[in-house]
Design a protein. Structure first.
Length: 231
């Protein structure tokens, strides 16, 4: 009562207590989950890079369903990136932890639907949406189309997120180192993801032109033709 009257209080009532850096199991798991979030961001960034490599190295333009998959990849990636960003501040509050993995789970679930539909069209008919009847889907990777691999990655990510969320009630709010390898990995994952997302967005604008909906796979970029930069 005297502290209330004098206005001097050692700890504000609104400040949540954050456990110190714990060498025991909760702290170890919390740091492992932070590393998993960095790996999640980097892994899906690599998938986006693989899609860009197929587009520019092999000349395989993405179809509308491919673009939808990339959008859901970005959504899943941004969810994990939110967790990494909070971890760079020293701890991931429960609200941010659940929101980040919730967005990632939403992106992976919706993306698996799009990837599964695309892969099914190839496995059943050998066709690509928007292509002529009987047209080849494109190159395969170890005997499977790229969308089948993307579907597998989405499914594996859903299982991994579920496993991580099982222990979230024990580890959220724990201290995470903000220097050294933790900081380097977090910043590296975020900057790499930001650069690839910006590049993917620019490529999509070039490919879609002024259309609200991607017209379909093509060998040129309508926006450059519309602006008179290419003929």
């Amino acid at each position: 009562m005297s502290a209330l009257l004098t206005g001097r209080m050692s700890t504000p009532l609104s400040t949540p207590a954050i456990p110190a850096l714990d060498p025991g199991p909760p702290g170890i798991v919390a740091r492992a989950q932070y590393w998993f979030a960095c790996l999640f961001v980097t892994g899906w960034t690599g998938v986006l890079c693989a899609g860009l490599a197929l587009q520019f190295v092999r000349g395989e333009q993405p179809c509308p369903l491919c673009v939808v998959q990339r959008m859901f990849i970005v959504l899943a990636l941004l969810g994990a990136a939110h967790i990494v960003r909070q971890g760079l501040r020293g701890a991931v509050p429960r609200r941010d932890y659940l929101m980040g993995w919730g967005l990632a789970l939403l992106g992976c679930t919706a993306g698996s639907v799009a990837a599964g539909r695309q892969a099914l069209l190839y496995l059943l008919h050998g066709e690509r949406p928007g292509a002529s009847a009987g047209a080849a889907y494109g190159s395969t990777v170890h005997g499977l189309p790229a969308d089948a691999w993307t579907w597998l990655f989405f499914q594996a990510s859903v299982l991994a997120i579920g496993a991580v969320l099982v222990t979230s009630h024990l580890t959220t709010g724990r201290r995470i180192p903000t220097q050294g390898a933790h900081r380097t990995a977090g910043l590296g994952a975020l900057f790499l993801a930001g650069a690839v997302i910006a590049l993917s967005t620019g490529v999509l604008l070039l490919q879609a032109g002024l259309h609200a909906v991607l017209p379909g796979p093509s060998a040129h970029y309508p926006l450059l033709h519309g602006l008179g930069l290419l003929r």
